[in-house]
Every structure is written in structure tokens, then in C-alpha cells.
Design a protein around this ligand. Structure first.
Ligand code: FAD
Ligand code: NAI
Length: 476
């Protein structure tokens, strides 16, 4: 037996891991969480990719850059004049760092509040032991702790292009993209997915000339086609240059910048010279240093931990959640799995509904959706009705001066059950919650259409889109 023994040991303190640890402690388990993320002072920085180099810092920079964009281009519409507008990039970055630190500290506080024992260091499987596992912790001190249940929540890492390793100076992953110390004159982005569009938008708003190179011939292929089309139009109008259907060739990283050779959609040889290059072509599950072999933990060909629908691995009492397993790489998906696993360990019926996980892209306009897209319903041959409502016809959107986009409902042709809701426009990230709740409760479009929504509010566009399913919008 190890000296310190726990009912539940969580390896990884990102949104999956720290939430799993808190829920396990709430359920009465003696719980530990091990996380190795270290801040620039050598101290712990729990919260994982999401808090340190993902969701939180990217949204801080999106907010700063959106303020700049508003001041630069839109304040004058309100009669507000500004002379000598400037951006202090180091200050913007230190504000972002402060927001990150507040979140790190918040998690350490939550661990204390919930009596979760925190270990700062790397956790790895030492061996299977009687009644559980021994987990080695390599931190300031090395120690071995005992666990009846292990929850692996070790997250993911950015995928590099072959021949173009991240140096985080010129060739940037999400980490370097959040730390660029001055606005690059020219910025290249490979991959027009979520990170490419969000980080491309940040630096474009601040004045960089941004070119995004995407391998697929379709823009945002997973998004509802009508929404993707509207977003493409808006991004292009803002000055984001997006080239689809390219094939990336050699990438030369030299002192003065980066040159990307590529073949365009028509087969022509092209070259793009930029000061900085962000490579955002997806992420790979992270099991580095976990010593999965020591206990025979099964991984798939992508390196993801193999789990069943309940996040059970091939080993008894070893669970895995979040980015390190199948499914969308989203913080809220990781959190839901963390809660569900803690509840399953307690013998309860933990539940994650993959059909109602919302997606949000925090660009301007924002893009948010839940459920199925129109192209998915067509492919399935499902009979559906569609209704949409433009923000152009919404009073609050006009007052805000932000009328791009629309809300779109897809409902079953017979039962009127909501099958998908797709939003492109202002505050789509907040508006989508109503649709998630509606779908969780198996609501019909008619249900939303009959609910009183505050006036004037953007949410009235949601109600009107629900009315549009039955072709009876009131304001359009
Ligand atoms: P992670 O957050 O990656 O956490 C894993 C933790 O485990 C890390 O702290 C790591 O250091 C630690 N660890 C790994 N191995 C060990 C070990 N052996 N011992 C100890 N500790 C270990 N998702 C959203 O939902 N919304 C967003 O707006 C959003 N924005 C994003 C923006 C960017 C730029 C990026 C890169 C991602 C974004 N994501 C967003 C995705 C989101 O960050 C991830 O889905 C989420 O962080 C996954 O959580 P996780 O707990 O599985 O893993
Ligand atoms: P992504 O999967 O969103 O997009 C990657 C893009 O790169 C795709 O369009 C893909 O076709 C393209 N691509 C792949 N290989 C390529 C190549 N060789 N050349 C050119 N293009 C290529 O991945 P991304 O943007 O790296 O983000 C990773 C994950 O992080 C996302 O899938 C998402 O789950 C999460 N995330 C979520 C956010 C949010 O919820 N707002 C924000 C940022 C990230």
C-alpha cells in the first residue's frame, strides 16, 4: 500500500479533470487531482489547455481586439470620435495573463473548498495494486499514491505539420498564437477551423493582413451550409482572406519569416510569405508520460484512450474523459463527462447527451449551433421543416448596430420536434442556450414560438425563427 491512499485520483486538471475531482469530492470520495501545468513562476496553473492556452485566453484576446475594431470602425456611427487610437499589445497580453491567473487561482480555491488534495506534477501509472492502482507523482518531490479509481483527463496537444515543427516564434501553435508580442504585418494561418478563425480574427482586427489556407474545398464543412455561407461572406468582407482546397507543400522557417509553398484549388503553384504562421489543423490526444503500458491501458491508432459510452476504459476502475477520448474536443463536453464519471463511480446514472452539446465559434459574427444541420437531415432522408429569421429585422440588433446573420430552426415535419438550431450573428454563444434547453426537453418549434421573450432582445429572433417554421413570423 502507498502512504497516501485515495478513493479517486484524477490525472489532469483541465476542465474535465478538475470538475471530475470536485464532483467526486462532493459525492463523499477522498479525492486527489494531479496536474503538471506550471506558470512562469514555477507554480501550479490548473485548468489545462482551456484555462492556460485555450478557451479563456483566446476569449480575452477576442474581447480586446473586438473593442479595438469597434472603436476603429463603428464608434463613429454612434457619434463617438476618437483621435490617435492605438493598441498596446503587451498591455493586452498582460490583461489576458491576469484573466488566466484569476481562473488558475479560482480552481485552487475550489479544490480547497471541496477538500480535493492537489498534487502539482506529472502523474503516471506505476502498477496495478491490490484494490486499485499505484500512481507515481513526479513533482517537486517524487511520491507514489494509491487509488481505488483513476480518472484520466490528460487532454490534447496541437498537431504540427510534417516538416514544420512549432518554434512558437514564427511557426505558432495555439500557445504561441496567444503570445505574439506585436501585431504581425502579415499572418498566415493553416486550417480554417475553430482556432484558425478565432485567432485569425484577433490579429486581423488589430491590423494584420491575414491569409487562411484550408485543405478542404468546403468552408466549415461541419456547420450548417447556410450558416457557413453567411459567415464566409462576413469574414471575407472584414478582410480575412480564406483560400479553400489548397495542398500545403514545403514550409520554410527563416529568420525573416515563414514561406509556405502550396498548390491552390485549380492546381497552380503558389507561395505565401508571412511574418508569423499559425498552424491550426486539429489536435491529438495526449498520453505522453502517462505510462499507459505499465498497466495495459488500451489506446487507439490516434493515441486516444479507448472508452465505451460510459467513459470506461479496458481496465477495471480506470476511466478516461475529455480530449483524450473520442468525441468533440470541447471544454463543456469534458466537464459533462467528468461529472458523469464521478456519479457512475458513486453508483449513480451519470448522463451525457451528445445530441445536445452546443458548439460555438467566437468570431464576429459568432456562430453557434446544436443538433443536426440541414445537410445531415437531407443525407438521412428525414422529413423536416425549416424556418429562419434575420437579425436585420430584430429591433435590439438594429440598436446594437449588429444586424449580420440569422437564427434558423430545423424541426421534424410531422411532430415539430426541434432537430437543430443554427445561429450566426450577435451573441449567438448566449442565444444557443435556449435551444439546448428546448432540445433537452424535446420541445417542439411551436413550444418556443408560444413562449414570451423580452422586448427588445436578440432572443426574439429565436422566437421568430421558431414561428418561421410554421411560416408565421410577426416581424418579417
Ligand atoms: P486539457 O484542458 O488539455 O487538460 C489536461 C491537463 O492535464 C493539462 O493541464 C495537462 O498539463 C495535464 N496533464 C497531461 N498529462 C498529465 C500527466 N501525466 N500528469 C499530470 N497532468 C497531466 N473549447 C470550448 O469548449 N470552448 C472554447 O472556446 C474553446 N476554445 C479553445 C481555444 C483554443 C486556442 C484551444 C487550443 C482549445 C479550445 N477549446 C475550447 C478546447 C478546450 O480547450 C478543450 O476541449 C479542453 O481543454 C479539454 O479539456 P480536458 O480536461 O480534456 O484537457
Ligand atoms: P479544427 O478541427 O477545428 O480545424 C482544423 C482545420 O484544419 C480543418 O478545417 C481541416 O480541414 C484543416 N486542415 C487539416 N489538415 C490540413 C492541412 N494539412 N492543410 C490545410 N488545412 C488542414 O481544429 P483546430 O482549429 O486546430 O482546433 C482544435 C479543436 O479545438 C477544435 O476542433 C475544437 O474542438 C477545439 N476548439 C474549440 C473552440 C471553441 O469551442 N470555440 C475554439 C478553438 C478550439
Amino acid at each position: 500500500m502507498a502512504e497516501k491512499n485515495f478513493d479517486v485520483v484524477v490525472i489532469g486538471g483541465g476542465p474535465g479533470g478538475y470538475i471530475a475531482a470536485i464532483r467526486a469530492a462532493q459525492l463523499g470520495f477522498n479525492t486527489a487531482c494531479i496536474d503538471e501545468w506550471t506558470n512562469d513562476k514555477g507554480g501550479p496553473a490548473p485548468g489545462g489547455t482551456c484555462t492556460n492556452v485555450g478557451c479563456i485566453p483566446s476569449k480575452a484576446l477576442l474581447q480586446s481586439s473586438e473593442h479595438f475594431e469597434q472603436a476603429h470602425h463603428h464608434f463613429q456611427d454612434h457619434g463617438i470620435g476618437l483621435d490617435n487610437l492605438s493598441i498596446d499589445v503587451p498591455k493586452m497580453l498582460s490583461r489576458k495573463d491576469l484573466v488566466v491567473k484569476q481562473n488558475n487561482d479560482g480552481i485552487l480555491y475550489l479544490f480547497k473548498k471541496n477538500k480535493v488534495t492537489f498534487f502539482h506534477g506529472r502523474g503516471s501509472f506505476a502498477k496495478a495494486a491490490e484494490g486499485g492502482y499505484e500512481i507515481a507523482v513526479a513533482g517537486k518531490q517524487a511520491e507514489t499514491i494509491g487509488a481505488k479509481h483513476v480518472v484520466v483527463a490528460t487532454g490534447s496537444n496541437a498537431r504540427a505539420l510534417p516538416g514544420a515543427p512549432f518554434d512558437e516564434v514564427n511557426v505558432l501553435s495555439n500557445d504561441g498564437a496567444l503570445k505574439v508580442g506585436a501585431v504581425p504585418r502579415k499572418l498566415g494561418v493553416i486550417g480554417s477551423g475553430v482556432i484558425g478563425l478565432e485567432m485569425g480574427s484577433v490579429w486581423r482586427r488589430l491590423g494584420a493582413e491575414v491569409t487562411v489556407l484550408e485543405a478542404l474545398p468546403t468552408f466549415l464543412a461541419a456547420v450548417d451550409e447556410q450558416v457557413a455561407k453567411e459567415a464566409f461572406k462576413a469574414f471575407t468582407k472584414q478582410g480575412l482572406k480564406i483560400e479553400l482546397g489548397v495542398k500545403i507543400g514545403e514550409i520554410k522557417n527563416e529568420a525573416g519569416g515563414v514561406t509556405v509553398a502550396y498548390t491552390d484549388a485549380k492546381g497552380g503553384a503558389q507561395s505565401l510569405a508571412v511574418d508569423k504562421l499559425i498552424v491550426s489543423i486539429g489536435r491529438t490526444p495526449n498520453t505522453i508520460g502517462l505510462n499507459a503500458e505499465a498497466v495495459g491501458l488500451k489506446l487507439d491508432e490516434r493515441g486516444a484512450i479507448v472508452v465505451d459510452a460510459d467513459c470506461k476504459t479496458n481496465l477495471p476502475n480506470v476511466w478516461a474523459i475529455g480530449d483524450v477520448v473520442r468525441g468533440p474536443m470541447l471544454a463543456h463536453k469534458a466537464e459533462e463527462e467528468g461529472v458523469a464519471v464521478a456519479e457512475r463511480i458513486a453508483g449513480q446514472h451519470g448522463h451525457v447527451n451528445f445530441n445536445t452539446i452546443p458548439w460555438v465559434i467566437y468570431t464576429s459574427p459568432e456562430i453557434a449551433w446544436v443538433g443536426q444541420t440541414e445537410q445531415q437531415l437531407k443525407a438521412e432522408g428525414r422529413a423536416y421543416k425549416a424556418g429562419s429569421f434575420p437579425f436585420m429585422a430584430n429591433g435590439r440588433a438594429r440598436a446594437l448596430g449588429d444586424t449580420t446573420g440569422f437564427v434558423k430552426f430545423l424541426a421534424d415535419a410531422k411532430t415539430d420536434e426541434i432537430l437543430g438550431v443554427h445561429i450566426v450573428g450577435p451573441m449567438a454563444s448566449e442565444l444557443i442556450s435556449e435551444a439546448v434547453v428546448a432540445m433537452e426537453f424535446k420541445a417542439s418549434a411551436e413550444d418556443i414560438a408560444r413562449i414570451c421573450h423580452a422586448h427588445p432582445s436578440l432572443s426574439e429572433a429565436t422566437k421568430e425563427a421558431a414561428l418561421a417554421v410554421d411560416k408565421r413570423t410577426l416581424n418579417f
